[in-house]
Design a protein around this ligand. Structure first.
Ligand SMILES: [Zn+2]
Length: 131
């Protein structure tokens, strides 16, 4: 019988399980944070939970914007690239639509942009980015 689940090890790549050359992965792309907010202190967290108040992040590079789990440089340079590029294109399309008041492109919802139609390669990679 094959193993379906195993304990997550923070000292190993969360994609391949390798333990060398680990890097921190941003919860939100660093380029998107900088594009939206510049390089200023930000708060991250929820405002409705008094037991878990928002945390001050000194910059978009703050540890608060990183997942606890890490990925290795090999996976970061190969396995996540298509997903990263798809998110970048999606972010750019959303921002363009907002800035140019092109809400007509989103009449069926924010994930219904014509460039990211359901089951398209771009859509699949975009959802892999969020996964
Ligand atoms: Zn890896």
């Amino acid at each position: 019988m094959s193993m379906l689940l195993r304990r997550f090890d923070l000292n190993k790549c969360c994609l391949c399980g390798d333990s060398g050359n680990l890097t921190g992965e941003h919860k939100i792309k660093l380029s998107a944070l900088r594009d939206e907010f510049g390089n200023v202190p930000l708060y991250i967290g929820g405002w409705d939970d008094p037991d878990n108040p928002p945390k001050l992040a000194q910059s978009p590079k703050s540890k608060f914007f990183h997942f606890a789990g890490k990925i290795c440089k090999e996976c970061n340079g190969t396995k996540t690239q298509k997903a990263d590029r798809s998110f970048h294109e999606y972010h750019k399309a959303v921002k363009d639509s907002i800035q140019n008041e092109r809400s007509d492109r989103w009449e069926n919802g924010i994930f219904k942009h014509p460039d990211f139609s359901e089951h398209s390669e771009k859509s699949d990679w975009l959802f892999r980015y969020f996964a």
